[in-house]
Design a protein around this ligand. Sequence first.
Ligand code: SF4
Ligand code: SF4
Length: 175
Amino acid sequence: METNLVIEVDRVSSQQVEQCYHCHKCTAGCPIVGAMTYGPDLLLRMVSLGQTETVLRSRDIWLCVGCFTCATRCPNDIDIAAIMDGLRRMALERGFPAGERDALLFHRLFLGVIQRFGRSHEAFMLGLFKFLSRVPLMNDVPAGIGLFVRGKIPLLPEHFRAPAPVRRLFQGKRL
Ligand code: SF4
Ligand code: SF4
């Protein structure tokens, strides 16, 4: 069954939602599913049924971390991370609030850091996120120091300007 929502989600994600036969393998492997309300399989089912508002208001689309575990497990090669990305864009375009506290702030900061430096810089991004979201700043300092000492979190970004191909990706885009 192809509802208008399926057609639109296929278009924004370059995937084919209608190929899903709900084997549940994606949800069984998703590391975030415990925090989600529906999980990826059920979310795709709701897309198939045209439940636009429930899908676009869902916290699940904001909790997905784009790890691609689901895509590697899917027997139909459906890239659910791309679908989640498309659903987030649709939710923003239609004015639905992000279904998870501070998710939109994190989303914009992450993209802003990529746009500025060309890749993620955890120390900068998390420091800014904690400051702007008013999450207690000191909670993660011991873990942060441990990661810094082991060389896992560089203090400065590798580049201070994103390379041209990354800058081109963001041209004309509103974060
Ligand atoms: S693994 Fe693929 S086919 Fe199976 S439920 Fe998930 S998206 Fe659908
Ligand atoms: S990409 Fe998103 S939905 Fe897929 S396994 Fe990772 S967190 Fe779960």
